[in-house]
Design a protein around this ligand. Structure first.
Ligand code: GLN
Length: 253
């Protein structure tokens, strides 16, 4: 059977910091190498909701405060309900840095007004004026998603916002080295259903291909409503890249 998926990409022109676009390339390539057809849907202010409804996998990258301000009313007020419905239907999603801040309850920048988010993640993000240094550097953590439990994830973070998980919201990873959500509680990112939020730039997926495969597998399982086993790929170079970052941080793999 020939599979196909549509990957939605939120505001590529406004949200693609530190090579986040690489995540789209990895998802596309790893699908194509297995004979899965891929359509990329860049989502802009004019994209109709009927197209967004057909997405099988959703990606959102990072953005600076200014871009977040520019796009939030379109994201929240025009597309919010449709995106929430996708996540509720278990559509797998990856949101990096600026986008999980907007998928949470709110983001309060160090300068400017609080931005109300979509409330998909029960997470509050604040960049306090009196703690305004940015959290920057390489980061390594242990994934907490049950399917990838305790697998290592490596990347690079650069954010001013400090995110705090509310109630029983689960982190995407536990920090081994780096700052993570807020520099204090060792949590990194968040998960809700098959949606992942995180602060890993770099981009994330080229050196963490298991996460790419997790997203692809879920996309196919939700779309075709059956168990999917993805063909194995040779990840020699990808794991070498992961080891290089881990070694830099003094965490031998
Ligand atoms: N505006 C956010 C912050 O600095 C997001 C930055 C980013 O996406 N890299 O916290």
């Amino acid at each position: 059977m020939k599979y196909n998926i549509t990957i939605g990409w939120l505001y590529p022109e406004l949200m693609s910091t530190y090579g986040d676009r690489g995540n789209i390339l990895v998802l596309q390539k790893r699908a194509q190498w297995r004979g899965i057809e891929v359509k990329i849907l860049p989502i802009s202010f004019t994209t109709p909701l009927s197209s967004i409804n057909k997405i099988d996998l959703l990606f959102g990258g990072g953005a600076q405060d200014k871009e977040q301000e520019i796009l939030i009313s379109d994201l929240r007020d025009k597309k919010g309900t449709t995106i929430k419905n996708l996540i509720e239907k278990n559509i797998p999603s990856l949101f990096v840095c600026g986008s999980p801040q907007l998928m949470g309850n709110f983001y309060e920048p160090a300068v400017g007004k609080r931005i109300k988010g979509l409330g998909i993640f029960n997470v509050d993000t604040i960049h306090p004026e009196n703690e305004n240094h940015r959290l920057i550097g390489n980061i390594i953590g242990k994934i907490q998603i049950p399917e990838l439990k305790n697998e290592l994830v490596v990347g690079f973070e650069n954010h001013g916002g400090r995110s705090y998980l509310k109630d029983s919201t689960l982190p995407f990873a536990k920090v081994i080295k780096g700052f993570g959500n807020n520099g204090h509680d060792k949590t990194e990112g968040m998960i809700y259903k098959n949606a992942i939020g995180c602060y890993f730039h770099g981009p994330l997926l080229p050196k963490n291909p298991k996460i790419a495969d997790f997203l692809l597998k879920k996309a196919l399982e939700v779309k075709y409503n059956k168990k999917i086993t993805l063909d194995e790929l040779d990840d020699f170079l990808e794991s070498k890249a992961q080891k290089a970052i881990a070694n830099k941080l003094g965490t031998a793999l």
